[in-house]
Design a protein around this ligand. Structure first.
Ligand code: ATP
Ligand code: MG
Ligand code: MG
Length: 398
């Protein structure tokens, strides 16, 4: 076993600074190693220490986590941007140890404590804004988190109620160094990652959309039991599919889609404009014949198929006074419009964190019509700042 055996009052020592960390509890355990709640007597406070397995691959990846978090903490005030604060890093008996500020319950736990009935809309709105503030600075720094999910978002310690922070940069990477293709936890995995297409910080915005839906519904929106099941759910619930120009060049397209028509005659890079796609998701039987294995299909959580119907009908709020009902219904419409901009198949059209943070669902402004985000400024593209209109048609509606 490559884990350190931890007992209460076990002391982890930073031999350079002589700082002692006294283990008091285990907070988490995973493939990477263990997270312990530790007492620091000099400051009379607890910290969380992530103790990485003493194997080279984990050690190397944890160094990336340290580098990315240190850079983020230095560049931006972690107290204002909802990203966990890193405190110390040392090697103890060939285990890399990283200490963090002590945080509280993770958002999956919070959903579970609430019996999977979803959180109140004002809380969903508040958490959305805070996660977006974290995503804004990550994008500014060119960092992709790659594992955004409720388990990796923690409530602050009880002194700051209703505050959350993003943790676990153990899978994060720089936007210009996207080397891994098997990333993101399945329910929160973006279509471009499933398809083996090039990816950007926009994959975190997809995960963010999944998280917002789950905080509200209490249950995951796309609980894909396999990648095929995941894609099928996305297509069904969103009523669309990845655009042809992506399907035409993505590595994994043949695994999930069949081509139903000629794509000859199209120049390289030219977008098929016949109105209908030439790609169709494979049936289960076809997938099985093609991949020589049955696709794993999970159970359904909702009695509705379309996003609009799911969000309009779940979760049931009992005993709402009449005047609250119309307000809640309007906020649900705002939420649907918000989710539509995040759960956009085309990563180029998907809203950026800066665009999403100005949505009425987040700002609390009265929601009247589909949100049209301001054009996104692109960073120094070809020596000049160019802007693209992400939504020339005026948005989605229902
Ligand atoms: P895996 O990727 O295998 O899930 P991991 O890389 O996710 O492991 P972390 O997410 O960083 O490891 O930490 C694991 C768990 O430890 C978290 O889900 C959380 O419950 C707990 N934890 C981590 N950091 C803190 C912290 N600063 N304060 C309190 N609890 C923490
Ligand atoms: Mg984690
Ligand atoms: Mg992790």
């Amino acid at each position: 076993n490559s884990d350190l055996i931890l007992t209460v009052n076990f002391v982890l020592l930073n031999s350079d600074t002589k700082q002692r960390y006294v283990v008091k509890d285990i907070l988490g355990q995973g493939t990477f190693g263990q997270v312990a709640k530790c007492w620091v007597s000099e400051t009379s406070s607890y910290v969380a220490v992530k103790i990485i397995k003493n194997q080279p691959a984990y050690y190397q990846q944890a160094l990336v986590e340290v580098a990315i978090l240190t850079a983020l903490n230095q560049k931006f005030d972690p107290d204002e941007h909802h990203i966990v604060r890193i405190l110390d890093k040392f090697v103890y008996h060939r285990h890399l140890c990283i200490s963090f500020e002590m945080l509280g319950t993770n958002l999956f736990e919070l959903i579970r404590i609430n019996s999977f009935r979803g959180l109140p809309l004002d809380i969903v709105q508040l958490f959305s804004k805070q996660i977006l503030h974290a995503l804004i600075i990550m994008k500014e720094a060119g960092i992709i988190h790659c594992d955004l999910k409720p388990e990796n978002i923690l409530l602050s310690a009880s002194v700051k109620p209703r505050e959350i922070k993003v943790i676990d940069f153990g899978s994060a990477c720089m936007e210009d160094r996207t080397v891994y293709s098997y990333i993101q936890s399945r329910y929160y995995r973006s279509p471009e990652v499933v398809l083996g297409y090039s990816y950007t910080t926009a994959i975190d915005m997809w995960s963010f959309g999944c998280i917002v839906a789950e905080l509200f519904l209490g249950l995951p929106l796309f609980p894909g039991a396999s990648e095929y099941d995941l894609l099928k759910r996305m297509i069904e619930i969103l009523g669309g599919q990845p655009p042809d120009h992506i399907l035409r060049s993505a590595k994994n397209t043949p695994k999930f889609f069949r081509c139903i028509g000629s794509i000859h005659g199209l120049e390289d890079g030219e977008v098929y404009s016949g109105g209908r796609s030439v790609f169709q998701i494979r049936s289960e039987e076809e997938y099985e014949a093609n991949e020589s294995k049955k696709p794993v299909i999970g159970k359904r959580y909702f009695n509705y198929v379309k996003l609009e119907d799911i969000v309009a009908n779940y979760p049931h709020r009992k005993n709402l006074p009449d005047e609250e009902i119309s307000k809640e219904n309007l906020t649900r419409l705002a939420l649907i419009d918000f989710l539509r901009g995040l759960l956009e198949f085309d990563p180029v059209k998907r809203w950026s964190p800066l665009q999403a943070v100005q949505h009425p669902f987040v700002t609390g402004e009265h929601f009247t019509c589909p949100y049209k985000p301001p054009p996104e400024k692109l960073r120094n593209f070809g020596g000049q700042n160019i802007t693209v209109d992400h939504n020339p048609g005026g948005g989605h509606w229902f």
